[in-house]
Design a protein around this ligand. Structure first.
Ligand SMILES: NC(=O)c1ccc[n+]([C@@H]2O[C@H](COP(=O)([O-])OP(=O)(O)OC[C@H]3O[C@@H](n4cnc5c(N)ncnc54)[C@H](O)[C@@H]3O)[C@@H](O)[C@H]2O)c1
Length: 307
């Protein structure tokens, strides 16, 4: 099988590409705006450096593809607020370009990386796929638009695409130095480097953390499951940021005194997923938060020793 991975040099995309490359031919498209070539080092993948906004590049790269995993995106709420138009181009129009290229190449399935952000800040804490989305940021709107295109192509052209709504993905390889770095690598880095972590708001906001290899497994399953469509990908367990900090302290053996800052605009208050739909497809999260944080901390500690 020939698989294309857009955004394949990024955090999740590189884990997916490395996993696919064990058995399949893998073509990666990434403009390296956030991803890094080193994420793919040692893997047998063909990398096209360029944008999903370039239809000619897509058409060349998609030739003979059986399967497309579309992860390329501006993957930050904060950045989307700073540049809503640019974000929309990449996340919405880029997705449409990918669908057109996949269809032209005769690829039957596009597996699209969507986000929990589409649910917004609803009162109901448990987020199910049948809930009315209430996006709070340009990022969330652009992901919802991407989902709309992906699922419309199933109805219009008989494709078998799926949109996977990831909750908070974490694991080795998540960039702790980026301005938009997620809370997990930030906390672990703070612990390993004796820095002060920042908590926005009261820290009682909750997230549903899912380990990156579980997300890879969901993508691989979606490539062949019987019921294409919209699925949450999450652990189904809600953890507060204060609680996360305590687990990072346990895993690293370092005490942390966070700096408290005001809540950020566009931030969701509570996030917990109903994962019954994807469980019925035979997927389940296998890595506990404690174990996943341990693996992430080990990798980051090793990176710091080598740097
Ligand atoms: N990490 C999470 O918790 C999370 C949660 C929900 C959804 N997602 C989605 O999963 C996907 C992967 O996220 P990630 O955390 O690995 O982020 P990431 O930033 O590491 O990966 C995104 C990749 O896309 C590439 N890219 C950006 N614009 C591009 C363009 N125009 N053309 C080609 N490549 C481009 C970047 O260089 C990067 O390698 C994204 O679509 C993101 O929105 C991630």
């Amino acid at each position: 099988m020939r698989a294309v991975v857009t955004g394949g040099a990024g955090f999740i995309g590189s884990h997916l590409s490395l996993s696919l490359a064990k058995e399949h031919e893998v073509i990666v498209i990434d403009d390296l705006s956030a991803g890094r070539m080193e994420n793919l080092s040692g893997a047998s993948v063909k990398l096209h450096i360029g944008s999903v906004l370039d239809p000619d590049l897509l058409s060349r790269a998609f030739a003979g593809a059986d399967m497309v995993f579309h992860l390329a995106a501006v993957a930050s709420v904060t950045q989307s607020i700073a540049d809503p138009v640019g974000t929309s181009w990449v996340n919405a129009m880029g997705t449409l370009n990918v669908l057109e290229a996949a269809r032209a190449a005769g690829a039957k399935r596009v597996i699209f990386s969507s986000s929990t952000a589409v649910y917004g800040n609803g009162i109901d804490q448990l987020k199910s796929e049948d809930m009315q989305p209430e996006p709070m940021s340009p990022y969330a709107v652009s992901k919802l638009a991407g989902e709309g295109y992906v699922l419309a192509y199933n109805r219009l052209y008989g494709m078998e695409n799926s949109a996977l709504r990831y909750f908070n993905v974490y694991g080795p390889g998540q960039d702790p130095s980026s301005e938009y770095a997620a809370v997990v690598p930030k906390f672990i880095t703070a612990a390993l480097r004796n820095r002060t972590p920042v908590i926005y708001g009261d820290g009682e906001q909750t997230r549903d953390f899912v380990y990156v290899e579980d997300v890879v497994a969901a993508n691989l399953l979606a490539a062949r499951w019987k019921a294409p469509g919209l699925y949450n990908v999450a652990s189904g367990i809600s953890t507060s940021i204060n609680e996360l900090l305590r687990i990072v302290e346990n895993v690293t053996g370092r005490a942390l005194s966070p700096l408290r800052q005001p809540a950020r605009p566009g931030d969701v208050r509570h996030s917990a997923a109903n994962i019954s739909k994807i469980l019925r497809m035979g997927w389940e999260p296998e890595v506990s938060l404690e174990r996943g944080l341990q693996k992430t901390a080990e990798q980051l500690a090793q990176d710091y020793t080598n740097s």
